[in-house]
Design a protein. Sequence first.
Length: 245
Amino acid sequence: MDSASASGTGESAANTSPGRDTTDTEYARCDMVERQLRKRDIRSQRVLEAMASVPRHLFVRPELAAEAYADSPLPIGGGQTISQPYMVAAMAEALALEGNEKVLEVGAGSGYQAAVLSLLAREVIAVESLAILADSARARLARMGYVNVRVEFGDGSEGWPADAPYDAILVTAGAPSIPPPLIEQLSEGGRLVIPVGPPAQQDLVRVVKRNGHALQETLFACRFVPLLGKFGWPPGAGAAEPSRG
Ligand code: SAH
């Protein structure tokens, strides 16, 4: 993974009016897919198409719309961030979705990652523990017509037992260790992708459940805002801005 191609991306979105998808935003998005995703190591055609389709600028505040296609995370309020586009794509690719899965996302935030996942799977349940973010993500996704996503308010460090098991689970906040309920709520053959480690830097870990066993591999280093809740960090941990997540 490199960050050398970060400079110079995103300017083409500078004159767009928020709330619409225009030629400019479409151009910026294609440019993002080419430079930040395809030219790095994102290979899945389905993931590239999903990233080319979801209007990321509509998931950030209007005053940040011009930066929506830049190679970086962006603030979404409540001290939280929408992940860097590369990270969204890499995590989606790591889930190896074929289209018929039920997916749990922990950390719905703006709803952007959930929108991307909704184009790759049958159904997405996205849990968010900040009520204000859960409400706005739910309204935004409904307004934009992402009908196979449901946003739930609650502590996703405990998973979302009501809809378990899941074929794939994605956690978009950094956990101190893998929350046991998430492994329990994986179906046989299911994939869990989660950043694990101290607040300053984590490893993106993929767990595959086979014959009831959890097989674990480390994908790459990353940095996310902390996962809170019962199996997360206590409030106040890792106050620094994340650089990649
Ligand atoms: N995926 C999001 C960005 C994630 S930022 C997007 O596409 O915009 C991480 C999010 O995880 C934040 O919104 C934070 O409030 C949420 N979060 C932290 N701990 C959580 C928990 N225990 N359960 C649910 N959400 C949590």
